[in-house]
Design a protein. Structure first.
Length: 77
């Protein structure tokens, strides 16, 4: 029996956001992706994504992976 892994949905959604912004300059794409996730995702969704990155971030788009670094930083940094 296949069990559904909710982290796969988060990876897919993060990758869709990163894909949308990938035509932007790299730094802006990373900032916009992080901003979107920070603004629209529930804190536990963000935490699950950060936990996934902590275990290697398998399947994440490079922009999404870099955006998680901004999510870890304090908002005023």
């Amino acid at each position: 029996m296949h069990t559904h892994n909710p982290v796969h949905d988060l990876v897919r959604m993060a990758n869709q956001i990163a894909g949308y912004f990938q035509s932007y300059p790299q730094e802006e794409a990373v900032t916009e992706t992080a901003g979107h996730i920070r603004s629209f995702w529930e804190p536990r969704m963000r935490q699950r994504l950060l936990d996934h990155v902590g275990t290697g971030g398998d399947g994440l788009h490079e922009i999404a992976l870099q955006a998680t670094g901004l999510l870890r930083a304090p908002q005023n940094a």
